[in-house]
Write a protein that binds this ligand. Structure first.
Ligand code: SF4
Ligand code: SF4
Length: 246
C-alpha cells in the first residue's frame, strides 16, 4: 500500500472523516510568521477533520440553552479535539516509521494571544488540501458538512501527492453568518488570499464574547456561525451537495 493510503487508513481508523494533503511550498512565509522556525520548512501538511454532531449544532442559533451549550462545548473542545490529537499522532507515527519527519500540531492550542491564533492554521491546511473553501465566517466550509468540522494538521517532509488545491468561495450572496453573529464579528467581505484575516473577522471580539460568557458563569460556547451556514445543514439539501440557498 502506498504511504498516503497507509496514513489515510490509520487516520480514518482513528476516527477522521476528512483526509487531505496540502502543498505548503507557496505558504512557507505564512507558516514561518505564525509558527516560527521550528514549524517552517515542511513542504507538505496532512489535514484531518472530524464532523461535529448535528444534534448538538442544529439548535445553536436559537435562544441560549445552558445544557445544550455545555454539551456542545464538551463535544467540540474535549471529545473531538482529543480524537483529532490521537489521529494526528498516529498519522505522524506512520510517516515517521516510513523514514520521514512528521510534526502533529495540536488541534486547539493558542500560542499567540494577541493574534488569537495557534501555531498553524488548520483551516489553511485544509483549504490548500482541497477540502473546502474559506467562507465569510472565516471558517473552512466543506461541500458536504459545511463548517461543521474541526481540523488538525500534521506537518511533514514526506513526498505525498497533494489531494487538491484552494477552492474559490462558494458563499454566493449568502450572509447568514454575518447577520447572525451576536457581536458583529464579520465584515461580510469574501475571502481573498492576499488580505489579512482582520479585514473579514474580528477574532478579538469573538474571544471577548467567549470570555464574557465564562465570567458570567455560562458555558463558553457560541457556534452560531457554524449552525446557520446552509452548507451542511440537514434538510437544506446541502449535505453532500450544493445548497439551494448558495
Ligand atoms: S462563535 Fe459566535 S461570536 Fe464568535 S464569530 Fe461565531 S457567531 Fe460570532
Ligand atoms: S453562512 Fe453563508 S456566507 Fe457564511 S460561510 Fe456559510 S455560505 Fe458563506
Amino acid at each position: 500500500m502506498e504511504l498516503i493510503e497507509q496514513v489515510r487508513t490509520v487516520a480514518e481508523a482513528c476516527g477522521a472523516d476528512f483526509f487531505g494533503v496540502a502543498d505548503l511550498t507557496e505558504v512557507g512565509d505564512v507558516i514561518l510568521a505564525q509558527g516560527g522556525p521550528s514549524l517552517a520548512g515542511y513542504p507538505r501538511a496532512v489535514s484531518l477533520g472530524i464532523g461535529l454532531s448535528d444534534a448538538l449544532v442544529d439548535h445553536l442559533s436559537e435562544s441560549r440553552d445552558r445544557t445544550r451549550d455545555a454539551l456542545y462545548r464538551y463535544h467540540t473542545h474535549t471529545v473531538v479535539n482529543a480524537i483529532l490529537d490521537q489521529c494526528a499522532l498516529l498519522a505522524a507515527g506512520c510517516l515517521e516509521r516510513a523514514g520521514y519527519r512528521a510534526l502533529p500540531v495540536p488541534a486547539s492550542l493558542r500560542t499567540d494571544d494577541a493574534g488569537i491564533a495557534g501555531p498553524v492554521s488548520h483551516k489553511l491546511a485544509a483549504h490548500l488540501a482541497g477540502l473546502g473553501w474559506i467562507g465569510r465566517s472565516c471558517l473552512l466550509v466543506t461541500p458536504g458538512r459545511g463548517p461543521r468540522v474541526r481540523w488538525i494538521t500534521v506537518l511533514t517532509d514526506a513526498p505525498l501527492a497533494p489531494t487538491g488545491g484552494p477552492s474559490e468561495p462558494r458563499c454566493g450572496e449568502c450572509r447568514a453568518c454575518v447577520d447572525a453573529c451576536p457581536i458583529g464579528a464579520f465584515s461580510g467581505r469574501p475571502f481573498a488570499p492576499d488580505e489579512p484575516r482582520e479585514v473579514r473577522f474580528d477574532a478579538a471580539a469573538c474571544d471577548r464574547h467567549y470570555r464574557a460568557l465564562e465570567e458570567a458563569g455560562e458555558p463558553a460556547a457560541c457556534g452560531i456561525c457554524v449552525a446557520v451556514c446552509p452548507w451542511g445543514r440537514r434538510g437544506t439539501g446541502s449535505r453532500g451537495s450544493p445548497s439551494p440557498r448558495c
